[in-house]
Design a protein around this ligand. Structure first.
Ligand code: SAM
Length: 229
């Protein structure tokens, strides 16, 4: 049984993909997708020995060793040119870490750019959106959900010839998420707004000048108020 978060990611993986799940931990996601006949095969990549061994154990216990290849290595380096990966999932990490994995993968030519990217940053999704746009990816889909008092965003991106720039708001909120403006989205940003306002109050009471920081936070608050209006 997958978490709602990973279930939402699984629903975005196209039928008959060959998947590379990077930072796979227990390999729950590829195992679920294979058991549901949704993918033809997978690589489960892990950089840390403990999770790598957990993934190996699950795959062996479920008799899936012919379908899921568990590999130890940093980020996209576990993908080899002959693998013919059609989709990559990188989930449950910060946006900056996911961006760095993609950037290193690009520089080491592990990313062919033909793969569909399904990314689930826990925080800092704007960092990831910026990287995607700078690298000529088009954001095709986005999801937002809440589980165990946490909000999760999922971004699906594909290489594109079209040069699509994002506005500052689209980068921060997600071009699709802000258009949909779901209840989960509104609750998340209302909460963020309250947090920013609290910080701003504290800064305005400070004895040293905090004008620059206050101006920055004020700007963030204006963007949030606009998207919630
Ligand atoms: N993807 C799973 C999920 O969403 O539930 C596991 C998330 S877990 C919090 C993050 C995993 O990413 C850890 O097992 C960690 O070892 C792995 N990881 C972190 N940096 C990595 C990298 N550069 N390459 C491969 N795996 C990495």
């Amino acid at each position: 049984q997958l978490s709602n978060r990973l279930e939402a990611v699984a629903n975005l993986v196209p039928q008959d993909s060959f998947l590379a799940d990077i930072g796979s931990d227990h390999a729950y996601l590829p195992a679920h997708l294979i058991l549901n006949n949704q993918i033809t095969g997978a690589i489960a990549g892990e950089v840390v020995k403990g999770p790598y061994e957990s993934a190996q154990k699950l795959v062996t216990d479920l008799l899936l060793t012919d379908k899921i290849d568990v590999r130890l290595g940093d980020g996209l380096e576990v993908i080899k040119p002959y693998d013919d990966v059609s989709a990559i999932t990188i989930c449950g990490m910060g946006g900056t870490l996911i961006r760095d994995i993609l950037e290193r993968g690009k520089n080491k030519k592990c990313l062919t750019r033909k793969e569909l990217l399904i990314l689930q940053p826990n925080v800092g999704s704007h960092v990831l959106r910026r990287w995607l746009v700078e690298n000529d990816y088009l954001i095709q889909d986005e999801k937002i959900l809440r589980e165990n008092d946490k909000t999760y965003e999922i971004i699906v991106a594909k290489e594109s010839d079209k040069k699509v720039k994002l506005t500052e708001s689209e980068e921060l909120f997600g071009p699709i998420l802000m258009k949909e403006s779901s209840d989960v989205f509104k609750v998340k940003w209302q909460f963020e707004l309250e947090q920013y306002e609290r910080v701003m109050n504290q800064l305005s009471q400070s004895k040293t000048s905090q004008d620059e920081k206050i101006a920055q936070i004020n700007h963030q608050c204006d963007l949030i108020k606009e998207v919630l209006a």
